[in-house]
Design a protein around this ligand. Structure first.
Ligand code: HEC
Ligand code: HEC
Length: 366
């Protein structure tokens, strides 16, 4: 009995000490441990940057374009009628339901919120609930001083859980409803609109843009070598990069494609050598992923506006999330079937109608 107890005690002590060792291992500053902690911190920081950081671009969107004046309207010291929530939603802006107080959610559910009043837009901005747009308010908080934009403006959608355009954030989903032209068009002063997307205040270096023949506007504006002090961009890039890599491509919902056809379509995908460019699992090329317009059988208009004069192999994961607005860089193919028809001709594949259908089902499943 005693021996048995001792044995049991020993086992317990042994397990306890093993657990202890494991715990100590978790607590010490070993290299593996540091990396995991650092990765978690990077994801959190990157998410914050992605959702909320304007990189100082309010100097452009607000101070220069004066977009904030169009948003608030003359009643609040701006210009024109102002932007109602209805208009904002109509040009594709999204509202984060998790940033709204419960009382407002209730009122929205009951239809008691005035969606025609720019004052409501200002209230939503003050709650930091308009995805990808930050309002900077004057002291007193009733009128806007400036406005800036974030990555999330174009690269987030919502699940429409409360109403169309109002729901939980879906980071990394392309906002296909966004009418950037209409948004910029709201601005009272468009005299300075050039190119380069966000106009953040940072460092950017790409000597290829100094080619005045290919890029007259960029070369004139000095976009090949941009320096700002302080640099509000560079310190945030590593975390932002990690966050983007950490975003999982959303799986295609059950029932949105035929599993049997998709399985056959996978065979067609590989026998047609689609996977020579769209290499799984990223479905783009690991490396230099640009192709000439001639290879793809499309015109070179947009390609010639990029330094390497090519089109990049579109990554195909999560394709089902952006079926509106067409495919290829300019949306020229309205449907996946049209893309497949194009490849069938371009690569001389001679696919049967059944094979084409199966291939489309596979694309929808990615
Ligand atoms: C004004 C809208 C807009 C904003 C703001 C914006 N992007 Fe984009 N981004 C685009 C568009 C449009 C594309 C091209 C998508 C395509 O061709 O499939 C793109 C492409 C990308 C790609 C390549 C995606 C791919 O599938 O290869 C990445 C990565 C990216 N953006 C990251 C960012 C980050 C990070 C930010 C913030 C610092 C940002 N974008 C801000 C519109 C925007
Ligand atoms: C030579 C390389 C190459 C091959 C082979 C190739 N693709 Fe592509 N694919 C591309 C490039 C580059 C683009 C982007 C074109 C653009 O943006 O104009 C693209 C775009 C697409 C798109 C549109 C994605 C989007 O988001 O708009 C789909 C779908 C697609 N390919 C499917 C296929 C299928 C199916 C095959 C085989 C039949 C195939 N590709 C073969 C290079 C290739």
């Amino acid at each position: 009995m005693r021996r048995k107890l001792t044995a049991v005690t020993w086992v317990l002590v042994c397990v306890a000490s093993l657990a202890c060792t494991a715990a100590r291992c978790d607590d010490d500053d070993g290299p593996g441990h540091d990396t995991e902690h650092a990765a978690r911190a990077l994801i959190a920081a990157g998410r914050h940057t992605f959702r909320f950081d304007t990189f100082g671009d309010e100097a452009f969107w607000g101070d220069t374009l004066r977009l904030h004046q169009a948003i608030e309207g003359s009643r609040f010291g701006g210009v024109g009628a102002g932007v109602s929530p209805k208009t904002a939603l109509a040009v594709g802006l999204k509202v984060d339901v998790d940033a709204l107080p419960g009382s407002l959610i209730q009122a929205l559910r009951r239809g008691q919120v005035n969606l025609d009043d720019p004052a409501t837009t200002l209230a939503l901005l003050k709650l930091n609930s308009v995805i990808g747009v930050t309002g900077f308010f004057n002291p007193g908080g009733t009128s806007l001083r400036s406005v800036g934009i974030q990555c999330a403006l174009c690269h987030s959608a919502v699940d429409n859980s409360l109403a169309p355009g109002i729901g939980h954030r879906l980071d990394g989903w392309a906002n296909r409803d966004l009418n950037v032209g209409a948004i910029v068009g709201l601005a009272p002063d468009l005299s300075t609109v050039a190119t380069l997307e966000m106009h953040g205040k940072g460092t950017f270096f790409d000597p290829r843009l100094a080619d005045a023949e290919q890029f007259p506007v960029a070369a004139r504006a000095g976009f090949d070598n941009v320096r700002n002090d302080p640099d509000l961009v560079s310190p945030k890039l590593p975390a932002l990069h990690v966050y983007q890599l950490a975003l999982a491509a959303p799986a295609a919902p059950r029932g949105s494609f035929s599993a049997a056809a998709a399985a056959r379509g996978q065979q067609v995908f590989s026998s047609s050598h689609c996977d020579s460019c769209h290499v799984p699992p990223t479905f783009t090329e690991p490396g230099w992923n640009l192709h000439t317009p001639a290879e793809l059988g499309v015109d070179d208009f947009e390609a010639n506006r990029a330094p390497a004069r090519g089109y990049r192999t579109a990554p195909l994961k999560g394709l089902w999330t952006h079926q509106e607005g067409g495919f290829y860089h300019d949306g020229r193919f309205a449907t996946l079937a049209a893309v497949v028809d194009h490849y069938d001709v371009q690569f001389g594949l001679h696919l049967s109608p059944q094979e084409k259908k199966d291939l489309v089902e596979y694309l929808k499943s990615l």
